[in-house]
Design a protein around this ligand. Sequence first.
Ligand code: NDP
Length: 329
Amino acid sequence: MSQFKALLVSEENGAFVPRVVERDTSELPGGDVLVRVQYSSLNYKDALSASGNRGVSRNYPHTPGIDAAGVVEDSRVAEFAVGDEVLVTGYDLGMNTSGGFAQYIRVPAAWLIKRPAGLSLRESMLLGTAGLTAALCIDKLEQAGLTPEAGQVLVTGATGGVGSIAVALLARLGYSVAASTGKAEQSEFLRQLGAQQIVLRSELQEGADKPMLKERWAGAVDTVGGDILFNVVKSLRYGGSVACCGLTAGVGFKGSVMPFILRGVNLLGVDSVELPLVVKASMWDKLSVQWKLGNLDGLAREIGLEALPKAIEQILAGKLVGRVLVNLG
Ligand code: NDP
């Protein structure tokens, strides 16, 4: 048994209050592998969990954190030995299983992958679920036929975690990237990541009542959903595709079949959570070699557990820029 620090969210008179507390490994759920967490990262879903969203986390007190990277301290299975460096993203971690905003997690071996040789534990969490999701979106677009020669690719919610990594990855792969943002003042940040054009979010909100819009994008990574997503569908070029992964602008949209039957466009769903481990591992391999980004520190800031509650408020308000790396010390 070891004592460790964790962010614990408790329900108090209807409010959800996060506090850094001391916990004991005996309080962690059963599982195959005990991991001493070195880094985690903040994703939008963590903020939903920390603010009492029952669709994400049902029971409180609870420690959020859907991402964790660290070192195996105890293992009941042959695949993982004490001292192995491992990472876990998604599945039930941080949802209804005590998560990565803590110095220890205990998880099933079926959730863990060994650290890819080309990434440090720190780099893996600079990417985290956001990086994995951005990579999955681009992979799906390419499987649907997207190439850099096809034309410009749009990224919505571009200053967010998934969005900023999608911009950087697409630019790294030779695509011409248009970055859509509600934060005009962050245009220079987006250009430094590799965006060639900045599109204001308000521009993508126009025309929700029209059946079709002018053809603009060869492909798109959409992290926001809502009417913006369907406006993007309506402005895809003939045969183009949009990878849909997020919901910060809303979960519903008014749609019609017109763009699909007149322009043959594709709406591709992306899930990074329940994806089979073998697919996750192959995507991490890609992120560690062919798609490795050199400028990860430029799109992130590093914080400790104590600073998480403030960062959670910022991400919920749509005010965060880039990624937040959580150092568990
Ligand atoms: P972030 O908060 O880091 O990024 C979201 C971005 O969306 C913001 O930075 C902002 O970008 C934009 N945004 C915020 N509010 C609004 C709004 N009301 N209308 C339009 N745009 C808005 O979150 P993440 O990058 O961590 O996640 C992005 C989305 O993807 C979330 O919905 C998350 O739940 C989802 N997600 C899904 C995954 C999956 O497996 N399918 C995995 C990971 C994330 P800007 O100001 O630049 O426009």
